[in-house]
Design a protein around this ligand. Structure first.
Ligand code: SF4
Length: 323
């Protein structure tokens, strides 16, 4: 399933289009649109708080403009996934992120033939969400959506009005501001954040961000407030709730034990915790700039972190090679 080029950019739909008025936080749809427009003009969606004018195209740390670039739309049904269980998971991936990870394996702007051709508006994004549902996705998830909320929020409203029934999962690096997450309240069924670091120093060195640990912990608490504990259907697919992901890097340099300790102390002990085995020494790490993490994480290390999670009382921690 691929996107076509040449997408018309339309103005956002209004509350009249969607019929959705109020949320648990009392932010109606028009207010959300106004707040999202304000972020396009002076963006504080992520913890970088860089105040960029994304319409004028100035100084966004993440490099994002007003429109998202979709890098992949795919349906995964070949193996079990923490979100879908044995059911197919539809994924929409975006370009641009507020973090600049030295081991990032995601596509870069230079990898794309034409960014412009892959830009979407909210109508086109709603189309893609519904196409995944029609193709059999038991859950539709977004990868790296944080900087694209000005398009994602109206797209989700529109998709709901046009018949979206599959749960929506929001997967990010947990670097959203709480104010940004509140604009999603009522639109997301499942949050799947990656708590990348338990050490501010590691976040600075390996992802180029400050205050990551503090920001991400506030974000995960807000996510849990919105969706609560995880609940699954009869075939293992998530219907609602929070699943936390963490990807250890070599020698515990991400602060893995600190991450697990925080989860154990601040979330229910049966919170699903996906310990990903997906770390690869790619990008700048492959160029030899960070020799301390220039290898795969050993099986002994993975076993140690899983054992630490269990000792901390996290009864639903599990290893996974899924991203
Ligand atoms: S998403 Fe973050 S990095 Fe990107 S413009 Fe907004 S505040 Fe800046």
């Amino acid at each position: 399933m691929t996107l076509r080029a040449g997408i018309a950019i339309l103005p956002p739909c209004s509350a009249t289009d969607t019929g959705i008025e109020e949320t648990g936080w009392g932010i109606d749809f028009d207010q959300r649109l106004a707040l999202l427009q304000a972020h396009l003009e002076r963006c504080r969606l992520c913890g970088n708080l860089c105040d960029a004018d994304r319409i004028e195209g100035t100084s966004a740390i993440c490099g994002a403009g007003p429109k998202p670039v979709v890098t992949s739309v795919r349906l995964d049904s070949s193996k079990s996934h923490p979100l879908g269980g044995s059911l197919p998971v539809g994924t929409i991936g975006f370009l641009r992120c507020g973090l600049d990870c030295v081991y990032c394996a995601d596509p870069k702007p230079s990898d794309l033939p034409s960014e412009e051709a892959l830009q979407v508006d909210h109508v086109r994004l709603a189309d893609e969400i519904l196409r995944l549902q029609e193709a059999g996705a038991a859950i539709v998830r977004f990868q790296a959506p944080t900087v694209h909320l000005p398009t994602l929020v109206p797209a989700l409203h529109l998709a709901r009005m046009r018949g979206l029934r599959s749960p929506v999962a929001y997967g990010s690096s947990a670097f959203e501001t709480v104010e940004a997450l509140r604009l999603l309240d009522g639109l997301v069924d499942v949050y799947f954040p990656t708590l990348k670091y338990g050490s501010e120093q590691a976040a600075r060195v390996y992802s180029g961000v400050v205050d990551y640990v503090h920001t991400s912990r506030l974000a995960v608490k807000e996510m849990f407030r919105q969706v609560g504990p995880a609940s699954r259907g009869s075939r293992g697919g998530l219907r609602r709730g929070l699943v936390v992901r963490h990807t250890p890097i070599p020698a515990g340099m991400a602060g893995t034990v600190q991450v697990l300790t925080w989860i154990a102390r601040n979330l229910p002990s049966d919170t699903p915790v996906c310990l990903s085995q997906s770390y690869r020494p790619v990008h700048q790490v492959a160029a030899g700039l960070f020799p301390e993490i220039a290898r795969r994480v050993s099986q002994e290390e993975h076993d140690y972190f899983l054992s630490a999670a269990r000792q901390l009382g996290l009864s639903n921690a599990f290893p996974s090679d899924c991203d």
